[in-house]
Design a protein around this ligand. Sequence first.
Ligand code: KIV
Ligand code: ZN
Length: 555
Amino acid sequence: MAKYNAFPPIPLKDRQWPSRSITKAPVWCSVDLRDGNQALINPMGPAKKMELFRTLLRIGFKEIEVGFPAASETDFAFLRELIEGDLIPDSVTIQVLTQARQHLIEKTFEAIRGAKNAIVHLYNSTSELQRRVVFRADKQDITKIAVDGAQIIRELAQSSPAGSVRYQYSPESFTGTEIEYAAEICDAVCEVWQPTEDNKTIINLPSTVELSTPNVYADQIELFCRLFKHRQQALISLHTHNDRGTGIAASELGLLAGADRVEGTLFGNGERTGNLDIVTMALNMTTQGVDSNLDFSHIKEVRRVAEFCTEIKVPERMPYAGDLVFTAFSGSHQDAIKKGYEAMKHSETDRFEVPYLTIDPADIGRQYDPVIRVNSQSGKGGVAFLVEHELGFRLPRRLQVAFSKVIQRITDSSGVEISAAEVAKHFVATYVEPEGPLTYNSHKLLPCDDEDSERFEFDVTYKGDSVTVTGQGSGPLDSLVHALTNRFELAYDIVDYSEHSLESGSDSKAAAYLLVKAPSGEELFGVGEHKSITKASLRGLVAAINRALIVHQND
Ligand code: KIV
Ligand code: ZN
């Protein structure tokens, strides 16, 4: 026998699940406060449990496994606090786990006394390996444990108000259990509980240990549903763990295979490699246009609470919630994202269509600004996106190229990425407010004899002196060029000019982009902004000349 063996395929020839799609949300059950909590280095105390419980309610969970009260005094006390403090909304059902032993079941019922809606969750291990190695028991013995437990639960439930207690059974280690036997033991439990179509029992089929590829789990679920005689009187629930890293895929395929309900935790906290991550599974549905019935519109807050309560950090690459998942480092990705956002502004539909993004970050309370961060690998698209996003400037193509080189020099020498705010700061310092000897202060129109031109007087500061200069040309820009050439021999030609308004509305500002040619032949951009387009243009011209003068002075 080899040390490791392939998991045997499930004999299911006419499987239906591969051609189905997920079209509606399952019933979700959070097991953060039980399965998740059992796996923590520092299990949550009452305050953290309460904070997480409230967060789970805000997300919209209607079923929450709050603890294992017969095994933990903290869980017992927490349940009493919830019930006696009337802290469970009527629409929410709390769930409690118990082993199939009389005194534990009795203590469990004590813990839920007074709860309006509770699920008592009975489990025992059924896998071939556990029967052989741990319990040294045959199938009959294992079935007897489950049936005896089910009977005690049924008796105790009879003294609870009608309809307040529902039942759940888990053949723990289901994935290592022969499916025929799993169906048999679940049927035996149902014989005791006598579920009906109006009062269904929950049959939870855990991948306690993930032993196979997710398609095999889906086969197990589909085969189970065919063999299980009480299928119509039961809700089939999934509870996947993540030993092979495919816990989410297994639950998704399990839903296709016929399950109605899914148990899991926020960000997949749980024993070993964790439980199913409900956040990712729910948001995966959102991206397919299926309403998950869970609200992750403030995912950062959910993450903050989960990290605080579990003392486990959400990794940077965690789908939807990780710090880096709306960040594109590659220039071509950045360019495509920018074009996607641009195209959406003019789209006639609401469809979110941005390359490389499966979800609109705004839908989960994340912002556009971290979508693109810039490092030395970034192209002009990303840099231009950030300038537009931070400052509103829509850079002409040549300026995009020029500025991305400025940023590349900075990131090359620092070796680290640069934030959006820093990109904006460098843009302003380079093109809008470059240091230099010349300042434009004001201008006024003067009478002019020539019908084809205009004459202006400009108040400028040059090398610290306030000076009035006059110039004539086709307009204010041309006039300033002539005035500066005549007075200071600053002979700069305007090579290119463009403008746009920065905001909409009557008092919106305008941006002007001036490309000037210095006497040396060098071409430099300057950018001006002002409510008056004329002043924005004059400022842009002066900024470009200052840049040329600084370069010249530095030579
Ligand atoms: O993983 C598991 O099998 C469990 C059961 C108790 C449902 O947590
Ligand atoms: Zn579990």
